[in-house]
Structure formats: structure tokens, C-alpha cells
Design a protein around this ligand. Structure first.
Ligand code: FAD
Length: 480
């Protein structure tokens, strides 16, 4: 039976300041966890980590695994999982979908090393959940790339060619429109590709589970502790409103918020991504044939990413949004009425039978977009401050890899992942303000307009097409 069908289906629910995922997790004692009080007074540590999302927590976890005696402090301005790590779609991807592009950029051997390292992290997240009793709904049912309009058909061609060349053809299955619709019956689906790689999680359960485990390992976590000033010398000094941490090494794991820091301002640009969640409607999913946990995304430049929950909801995400000039990360990144309405309309276009299923929650979060569409990890001059960011909306799996990289860097121990091209590479620089935000808004508006027209089977006019393609023409791996 479908539950709770009400006429208010298309309204945006009031913002409760937290994603549905986080509220679901915090209602359970094992994910609410012990208190992690704000820092009071001055402290010292071997390592201070700025940011209590996946990158910060995986770094703490892997530091403790490498050296149980290392004294680690995590400072989080909100609560762990309050940021994108508790707000995301829960797609746990490696880099296999980017195989063709990576091979082109770095050559086959390096591309394969990066994809395999990403895949190791997906496996390690599953093993972490199983090994530490973290029920984060981890499942590996594969990932679908779907053509949801005529222009998207065949968008997987380069991937197929690369996979065949590298002997990986069996890992990907090209699906006709009929085969695709047999898996998930949307009237707009015109074919796609099924990858055996990829998993999904309940993202906030993963973040909160990680928090519990690192605290059990002896990591001192201080929530509601914003770092207001940061000295990158030796020792590194993190100042907060009610205390200071001095540490021999520091890790900057601030994701999009790093854009507020001069050092990283031009290394990333910030976009918004927004998700709406339906009420549980398992019978409607059954009608669509969508009974496995397979996740899917389409090939728009501002992509849709869609997955289900064990109780039969659809979580429908829209990427590549920009709330106005977005010069800093304000409240509209967490809740933007206009963006959520777009997500609802797009959900109903893709799945018309969900039109009368209520929308129970909607939220968003900031995305740290890098010019190369890849994260970057490194060490500031002086050698004691390490950083990792730029996941560009694909950080759930890769942040585990990031934690592995950063922990080895801090400890000074070699690991093969330190040789990956995402380590010590110079991130592409975005233009400075005041050009950057208006420029990004204009390009982003054109990209989204082009996507919307193409969804309706219409052609963008030459000006829209030109502007939408500008970021790519300028060398950024962004847009169509
Ligand atoms: C709506 C949405 C959907 C997404 N979907 C997916 C998906 O399905 N799959 C995927 O792979 N990726 C997805 N992502 C991206 C993914 O969530 C991120 O890449 C990942 O969470 C990055 O982890 P992080 O720890 O680096 O950053 P965060 O989780 O952002 O952690 C950084 C933390 O730093 C804290 N902080 C900021 N400033 C300060 C300060 N001054 N002092 C102390 N703390 C501070 C923040 O509060 C935050 O908790 C999505 C993101 C969003 C917003």
C-alpha cells in the first residue's frame, strides 16, 4: 500500500535546518552518540583537524589505525554530519565512470590506478560499516547512467570504448531503452549503461557512525566549535571563540568553506546541490520495477541523481545550482525554495506516478567544484598543514581515499596513494572576484537553461549554447 497520499504533494516542506538523513540518524541513540562539547580553553594535540565531515573523520580514523598513540583533535563548527557529509545523495562512487576522461588526461595506467584506489575505498567503507557495527544501509547494487532525453543517448560511448580497450567491458552493460525501462520504468528513459561498481549509503548514518568510532578510538571531537583564525606555522594554531588548539600538524578538511579562505579562494567555486525526498511509496516503486538498490543519474550537465531508500522513498537530487551570486556560503545553500521546486518538477517529469506522493523533505548543501572535476590534496609550505578538497559532488567514496592520503602525509609514511595525480597537483584557478561570481552565474544559468530545453526535446539558441559551453572552452571540466 502507498502511504500518506495527500494533495499537498508538490509543496516544499518547511526547512528544519537538517537533512532528513540526519534527522533519521539522530533519532537513534547509536548515531546521536555521546556529547562532543565545544572546545573550552587552550589545548595541545599532535594533530588538529579542521572540519568534522567525512574527510576530517576518515583522516582521524586512519591516523589512529596507523598510530594508535597519536593525539588527534577534530574541530567542527556545527555537528559532525551537519554539512554535506550528512546531506548528500549517498552515492558511494569510485572514478570508473570517468575512466575515459581520466585515461585521456593521465594515460591508461594512471587512470586505472586512480579508479582502483577509488574502488578500494568503496570496499573499505563497506568493510568499515560491517566491522564496526555501523548500519549505514551500505549496499552494492550497481549504478545506472541513464539517457533521460534524446541528446543524452550514447553519452556513455567513450566509457564503453575505454572499458573495452582496457579489458573491462564485462563491468559495464549498455542497455537499450526497453532494457533500461525494464529496470526502472520512466517514460523519459531512452537507454543507458549499468556499471557493476558503486554503492549507496544513508550518508548521515555513515558520518555519525564514523564519529562514534573515532571517539571510541580516543579522538577528541569538539562540535559547535568554529575555527575563526588559523595560524599555519609550526605549531599550527586553531583559534575558536572559546579556546585554542596548538598542534604539530593540521589537516584542513573544510570542503566548500575553504573558499572563504584566501589560500583556496580561487581553487574552487561553490555550487549548490538540492535533494527532495518523497514519502514511502513502495508499491509505486514496485510498479516502476525499481526494487533493487541500484542508483541512477542522467547525463545533464547539471545532473539529476536519484536513489531509493529501504522503506520505498525516492531521493531525487539536482546538481549544478547556484543561488544568485553565492559569494559566500549562506543559508540558501541549505534550503532554497526555487531550487527545491525545480527538483520536485523534475522528479515528477521523470516519475509521473509519484506526482501525488507527498514530498516529505527537501534540503541542499554546498559543493566544492574544482576546475578539473577532481579533488586535490597537498601540504602547505612549511610542511605542517595538509589539505584536501575539490570533490566536485563526488566525495562520499573519494573522501575515504582522501583520509588515507592525508593520514599517511601527516604520519610521514609512504602509501601508493600518495603517488596518485590528485596529490600535490596544482588545482586550476578560477578567475578572481568581482568577475568570478557574476561570470559563474551567467554560465550556470545558460547550462541549466540548455539542460531544461533539451529535456523538453528543444534546441537551445546559439547564444545559450555558446555561453553554456564557455567554461569547457576555457579549459574547465565543467558544463556541456
Ligand atoms: C546535496 C548534496 C548531494 C551530494 N550527493 C553526493 C553523492 O550522492 N555522492 C557523492 O559522492 N558526493 C555527494 N555530495 C558531495 C559530498 O557530500 C561531499 O563531497 C563530501 O561530503 C565531502 O566531505 P568533506 O568532509 O570534505 O566535507 P563536509 O562534509 O562539508 O565537511 C566539512 C565540515 O567543515 C565544517 N566547517 C566549515 N567551516 C568550518 C570552520 N571554520 N571551523 C570548523 N568547522 C568548519 C563544516 O561544518 C563541515 O561539517 C553531495 C553534496 C551535496 C551538498
Amino acid at each position: 500500500m502507498t502511504t500518506a497520499l495527500e494533495p499537498s504533494a508538490s509543496t516544499v516542506p518547511p526547512d528544519e535546518g537538517r537533512s532528513w538523513w540526519l534527522r533519521e540518524a539522530l533519532a537513534l541513540p547509536e548515531f546521536a552518540g555521546d556529547d562532543a562539547p565545544a572546545l573550552q580553553g587552550d589545548a595541545t594535540a599532535d594533530v588538529v583537524i579542521l572540519g568534522g565531515g567525512y574527510t576530517g573523520l576518515w583522516t582521524a580514523y586512519q591516523l589512529k589505525r596507523l598510530d594508535p598513540g597519536v593525539d588527534v583533535v577534530v574541530l567542527e563548527q556545527d555537528i559532525c554530519g551537519g554539512g554535506p557529509s550528512g546531506r548528500n545523495g549517498g552515492f558511494v562512487n569510485s572514478y570508473w565512470n570517468d575512466l575515459a576522461h581520466l585515461s585521456h588526461e593521465f594515460g591508461d595506467a594512471t587512470a586505472l590506478r586512480l579508479c582502483r584506489a577509488g574502488e578500494d575505498s568503496v570496499d573499505a567503507i563497506g568493510a568499515f560499516c560491517a566491522g564496526h557495527g555501523v548500519d549505514a544501509w551500505f549496499r552494492t547494487d550497481g549504478d545506472l547512467g541513464v539517457a533521460a532525453s534524446a541528446v543524452q543517448v550514447g553519452a556513455w560511448a567513450d566509457l564503453v570504448v575505454a572499458a573495452e580497450r582496457l579489458g573491462l567491458a564485462d563491468d559495464f552493460e549498455v542497455l537499450s531503452a526497453e532494457a533500461m525501462r525494464a529496470l526502472i520504468d520512466s517514460p523519459v528513459f531512452r537507454g543507458g549503461i549499468l556499471s557493476r561498481y558503486g554503492a549507496t549509503v544513508q550518508p548521515a548514518r555513515l558520518a555519525r557512525g564514523l564519529r562514534r568510532v573515532v571517539m571510541e578510538m580516543g579522538v577528541r571531537v569538539h562540535e559547535r566549535t568554529p575555527v575563526t583564525r588559523f595560524g599555519t606555522g609550526s605549531p599550527a594554531v586553531a583559534e575558536t571563540p572559546s579556546g585554542t588548539v596548538r598542534a604539530g600538524a593540521a589537516v584542513v578538511a573544510l570542503n566548500a568553506w575553504a573558499s572563504h579562505w584566501r589560500r583556496f579562494r580561487r581553487a574552487i567555486t561553490v555550487r549548490g546541490s538540492y535533494i527532495v525526498l518523497t514519502a514511502a511509496a513502495p508499491d509505486r516503486l514496485q510498479e516502476l520495477g525499481w526494487t533493487s538498490g541500484v542508483s541512477m543519474s542522467d547525463y545533464r550537465a547539471a545532473l539529476h541523481y536519484v536513489r531509493t531508500t529501504p522503506d520505498g522513498r525516492i531521493a531525487f537530487g539536482v546538481g549544478g545550482m547556484q543561488p544568485n551570486l553565492a559569494r559566500s556560503i549562506g543559508p540558501r545553500f541549505a534550503h532554497d525554495e526555487a531550487a527545491l521546486r525545480v527538483a520536485i518538477a523534475d522528479l515528477h517529469r521523470m516519475f509521473p506516478t509519484f506526482a501525488d506522493v507527498p514530498i516529505e523533505a527537501g534540503w541542499g548543501g554546498p559543493i566544492d567544484v574544482s576546475g578539473a572535476h577532481l579533488p586535490f590534496f597537498g601540504t602547505l609550505e612549511g610542511g605542517s598543514v595538509h589539505y584536501g578538497l575539490g570533490y566536485t559532488g563526488n566525495g562520499v567514496g573519494p573522501s575515504h581515499l582522501g583520509g588515507r592520503i592525508l593520514a599517511h602525509r601527516v604520519i610521514g609514511r609512504h602509501d601508493d596513494v600518495l603517488d596518485l595525480p590528485i596529490v600535490d597537483s596544482q588545482p586550476m584557478r578560477f578567475p578572481p572576484e568581482p568577475i568570478r561570481s557574476p561570470g559563474a552565474l551567467i554560465a550556470n544559468t545558460a547550462i541549466r537553461h540548455k539542460d531544461e530545453l533539451e529535456d523538453r526535446g528543444e534546441q537551445p539558441n546559439p547564444i545559450v549554447d555558446f555561453v553554456a559551453k564557455l567554461p569547457r572552452r576555457l579549459g574547465y571540466n565543467l558544463g556541456p
